[in-house]
Design a protein. Structure first.
Length: 374
């Protein structure tokens, strides 16, 4: 009596009537996979490869899964519960707008690096920046790593893909005098404290707008970054966790910032007496106590920059300005890193290398002072 083959063992035989070699493999779920080819070597190599996958515990139950189907599953099964809300929304938008329309109908198991390179080229030709296309690549790399982990792929095709290299762009910053001119132009506005914090301690937009009353101590002169305010499509303004663990930090405030915030809190106290006031628990609010929409604050920022006749910069560049001014005064990069809530001092060193490298003159001059002959 012929022995019954077990799953993963497979068989190879020649089909004379069709002049084909045939490889068959019984999968763990009871289904069979087959390979047909006129070359015995092609079929044999396929069979050995599939056996190897099974012996390593790699089982791909359905090689007809499309890229679109997988990415939707990735977002639902992983993204919703593991990514920050804003990150999830960003991934979802990119997947729906740029990835699925181009490669969504391709089989996940046959996705190749050259197909990804073609996607990147098309997006660059359509006008997307190198950084935007690199972001698309990053989403694919991270999601397809999950496909490998879940047994849907044996290797990640992005490993051999060639996304564009993002060239370092030196941040646009103001001088100390320009910062003074800007703060002078906004000092009488009810949201002046927002700009004093952005310029004075380099806080992110969401960190400033999400600053709770309970996290501000003006008597002791410090605040704590414990949440951010972010706009999420379909959900409105949400109070979220800080960007990273290092973003959760305590900041000692400069005297000029404390003074500006005391004026702000006095104004806020008067506004809060309004019977239409809706307490949000935030330091910065609208006239009725509700959270400030980031778009409204940014609109005011652009208007104030224009009216002060200062060089155009983004609100986030105020953060770069703070770091640059401090580093130009030879402040230890570690202190700047902690102030900004960077994930590591290396990020600070890399971001502001154009400032820190010239500072090496200090090192050279110090060595001259120590060992140079008198």
């Amino acid at each position: 009596m012929a022995r019954k083959r077990s799953s993963g063992e497979g068989s190879l035989h020649y089909w004379a009537e069709k002049d084909y070699w045939v490889g068959r493999l019984l999968m763990p779920d009871g289904k069979r996979k087959a390979k047909y080819n006129k070359s015995q070597k092609v079929v044999k190599d396929w069979l050995l490869s599939e056996r190897g996958k099974l012996s390593q515990g790699i089982y791909i139950p359905d090689d007809k899964v499309t890229v679109e189907f997988f990415l939707k599953r990735y977002l639902e099964d992983y993204g919703k519960h593991s990514l920050r809300v804003t990150t999830f929304e960003g991934y979802k938008a990119v997947i729906e707008r740029h990835i699925v329309p181009e490669i969504g109908n391709l089989r996940l198991s046959t996705l190749r690096a050259d197909q990804l390179n073609h996607l990147y080229r098309k997006k660059l030709e359509a006008g997307l920046s190198d950084r935007s296309v690199e972001y698309i690549h990053g989403i694919l790399r991270r999601s397809l790593n999950k496909a490998v982990k879940w047994g849907l792929l044996t290797k990640n095709p992005t490993d051999n893909a060639s996304p564009p290299t993002v060239k370092f762009k030196q941040p646009t910053v103001w001088t100390g005098e320009q910062v003074k001119a800007f703060l002078e132009s906004v000092k009488d506005h009810r949201w002046a404290g927002i700009f004093y914090l952005a310029c004075g301690v380099g806080m992110r937009k969401g960190e400033v707008l999400g600053l709770p009353l309970t996290a501000l101590d003006l008597e002791q002169g410090y605040l704590k970054v414990i949440q951010t305010l972010q706009f999420v499509s379909g959900q409105g303004l949400l109070k979220l966790e800080p960007k990273t663990d290092r973003s959760r930090r305590m900041i000692v405030l400069p005297g000029f910032v404390v003074k500006a915030l005391k004026i702000h809190m006095a104004r806020r106290s008067i506004l809060s007496q309004n019977p239409n006031w809706k307490e949000s628990g935030l330091v910065f609010t609208t006239d009725t106590g509700t959270p400030i929409a980031p778009t409204n604050m940014l609109r005011l920022f652009k208007d104030k920059v224009k009216s002060a006749e200062l060089p155009k910069i983004r609100f986030h560049d105020l953060r770069h300005t703070t770091a640059s001014l401090l580093l130009e005064k030879n402040l230890n990069p570690k202190f700047v890193s902690e102030l900004l809530g960077h994930s590591s001092v290396n990020l600070t060193l890399n971001t502001y290398s154009h400032i820190i490298n010239p500072m090496n003159r200090v090192t050279a001059d110090t060595m001259d002072e120590i060992v140079s002959p008198k």
